[in-house]
Design a protein around this ligand. Sequence first.
Ligand code: HEC
Ligand code: HEC
Length: 202
Amino acid sequence: MKKSIVRTLAGLLWFGTSLAMADGDPVAGKKKFYTCEGCHSIPGYTNTYPTYQVPRIGGQHPDYVVSALKAYKEDERQHGSMKGNAMNLSDQDMEDIAAFVSKYRGMNASLPVTGDPQAGRSKAAMCASCHSEDGNSENTMFPRLAGQYESYLIRALKDYKAGRRTNPMMMGFASTLDEKDMQDIAAFYASQKKGLTVPVDQ
Ligand code: HEC
Ligand code: HEC
């Protein structure tokens, strides 16, 4: 009796997951990503003012990619060229693109960093409950941070602290960090070999 209930529940869960994953079409997404490649598919490509690296989105959770694109489209997150790029995307376009970029998972060479990754490791302990210990969260509610560029991570944390990004949870956490904390934590996540990557076929 009990066993069959467990099996039914597991079946429902599996069904739910496979439905969620069926949303985006990675083949269509690859084509739609064409206009994004000039910035996102070039390793180390840099945003001009202010200067920080265009985030790695290869291997990012699809749910987070979609929510980030919606945030630009709906002006919850400010960035001139990303607004321009997200503006004309439909929900289906976003799902397709997310399905495409999320299938890249990297084993990278460690990125060069300016902060102290060892100090960052202990400072990042309070982030692990959501982002996991090394920043490779398997929970799709929380973006992956491992393998992300240090300069982008610092920029993101400063944006939360300054209220330019408005996620209440992250505004709270970032408000407890000073510049050196941000730099060290960013260095720790950027140093992870397993993690985000540039969505381009090697
Ligand atoms: C001119 C360069 C440029 C182009 C073209 C571009 N992006 Fe971006 N993208 C950026 C920059 C810079 C950021 C970081 C902006 C910020 O600080 O919020 C970004 C951020 C993002 C993010 C959020 C990443 C995160 O970790 O939160 C996603 C998702 C994204 N871009 C997807 C796309 C898609 C999809 C396209 C094409 C439809 C695209 N971008 C085109 C430069 C670009
Ligand atoms: C309670 C859960 C939780 C904890 C703990 C947490 N975060 Fe987050 N974090 C999130 C969520 C949710 C988002 C996505 C918010 C958004 O859409 O802007 C996020 C986003 C981020 C981003 C932006 C990622 C990107 O690609 O733009 C960074 C960087 C980050 N967190 C770093 C940290 C650091 C560093 C800590 C610890 C000091 C931390 N987080 C603690 C939930 C959490």
